[in-house]
Ligand binder design. Structure first.
Ligand SMILES: [Zn+2]
Length: 98
C-alpha cells in the first residue's frame, strides 16, 4: 500500500465553520455530512465539474483513516490547495495588524 498524503487545512480564519478542509493525495475536499460511523467529504470540484469523488474518514478525521469512493473526473488540484493556503495566510497576516 502506498503511503497517503493527508493534510488538515484549518479554514476557521476565513470562515466560521466547524470543519476544516482536507487535502488528500493532491485533491481538496470540504465537509459534506456526518454519518453514524464516519464523516463524508466532497471533492472541491463537485459543483464546477460535477466530480462524484467522495472521501470517508473516521468521526475523528485527524486520525487520517481514509477511503475514497468514486474516481475524480479531473486532474490533481494542487493549485486550489495552494490558493486556499495562501488565502488563509493572507488573512492571518492582515489580522495581526488590527
Ligand atoms: Zn474531484
Amino acid at each position: 500500500m502506498t503511503p497517503q498524503h493527508f493534510e488538515v487545512i484549518d479554514t476557521r480564519t476565513i470562515r466560521p465553520f466547524k470543519y476544516p478542509r482536507l487535502a488528500h493525495n493532491g485533491y481538496l475536499y470540504h465537509f459534506h455530512k456526518k454519518c453514524t460511523h464516519h464523516l463524508r467529504w466532497k471533492c472541491n470540484r463537485v459543483y464546477s465539474l460535477k466530480c462524484p469523488a467522495v472521501l470517508r474518514t473516521n468521526i475523528n478525521y485527524e486520525q487520517g483513516h481514509i477511503v475514497v469512493d468514486h474516481e475524480h473526473v479531473h486532474g490533481y488540484d494542487f493549485i486550489a490547495i495552494e490558493a486556499l493556503k495562501t488565502r488563509i495566510n493572507v488573512v492571518k497576516q492582515s489580522s495581526l495588524f488590527k
